[in-house]
Design a protein around this ligand. Sequence first.
Ligand code: MEV
Length: 432
Amino acid sequence: MAAKKSTNRKTSRIAGFHKLERLARLEAVAKFAGLKAATKKHFAETGNLPSEIAERLIENVIGTMNVPIGIATNVIVDGREILVPMATEESSVVAAVCNAAKQCRNSGGVTTSNSGPLMIAQIQLIDIADPETARQKILERKSDIAGICNATDPLLVELGGGFEDIEVRVLQTAGGPMVITHLIVDTRDAMGANAVNTMAENLAPHIAKWTGGRTHLRILTNLADRRVARARALWKAKSIGGAKVRDAMMAAYHFAAADPYRATTHNKGIMNGISAVTLATGNDTRAIEAGAHAFAARSGQYSPLTRWEVTKDGDLAGVLELPLALGIVGGATRAHPTAQACLEIMDINKAEDLQSVVAAVGLLQNFAALKALATVGVQKGHMALHAQNIAMMAGAVGAEIDAIAKFLTKSGTVRQDVAEKELARRRNKIAK
Ligand code: MEV
């Protein structure tokens, strides 16, 4: 079928858009999309992220997107009482952590450990006839490589970080053999993407020269399996409703361990907590999520990130292990005022401490999901807040929101049409 000639005179080609002032950009978008004055006003207001900072974080900014930050209470990590800010749009996520944390306080809360802040960058070498020899030649240059990497970032070295090690693998691919060098770098309190990417770019020409091959990609891997955080906690059977609840939770875990369909949702629940603290502290949620899911699949079968077992005393023990490439300096963690404020609430001054808290929240989140699913289901908890959303969507304001939400939950039908009808009935009654 011949393509129809477009009669739409709108064009997304807006020359010099990036050079415009933010409000002029917003004007251009409003013209293109026919935005109402109220929508324009909505975008113009950037809340507690000043426009000049937003514009330094990304390109072509017109506004900001606010997500609520809720505080997880009751949390103890490595013996320290801590209030944890979580940025999420999903109801029940924060409450779940509060509940899970409360139920393990009598056994000391969550205990964590870290493998150290080691990031990996990859350098791809192609067009190489003798890959095994090239591999050896690269390994022979370890001290030269250390020198080149450390000269790239003397400040990192001064802070106690820098080059740690190399690994070199020969990869058989559909495009022929490749030699992949892993640069392992201690990035201290930074997430480290910039540090390791620059090192990889600086090192690549040397690798090409030493081997006679051609270097191609030079980029970090988000499978940061040298930067693993671990959390463990114990829930006394008597604190969680007894052996019956414990065994129901174990059956839920065994399901996830045997089935990737269930494991995906199990891990999604863990990431509810992990991504919420990651976002609240201005870290890269996509990097954390990509790393977590790849780690979950490292055995060849996608599996749960947590493991659960019953102790000899009949209590429930949970552990979580995953890569967490989190930083507290550089990028949005430093530039975003809310990220800084969230770190201040937690009194975190070391990236590894943030990794510990994030891993702890992931474990608590999973406990709460397993318990809810294995007992009353998740909808009951979800529905209370959901009912409020529906009430607002139906037009309820002020005290009406709670009243309509209560009516919806009580009636068991959390639907907008029901909310609208009830709201109209109430308003009529008051008007009479
Ligand atoms: C919902 O966001 C998360 C859960 O589905 C997690 C789970 O099923 O384990 C409740």
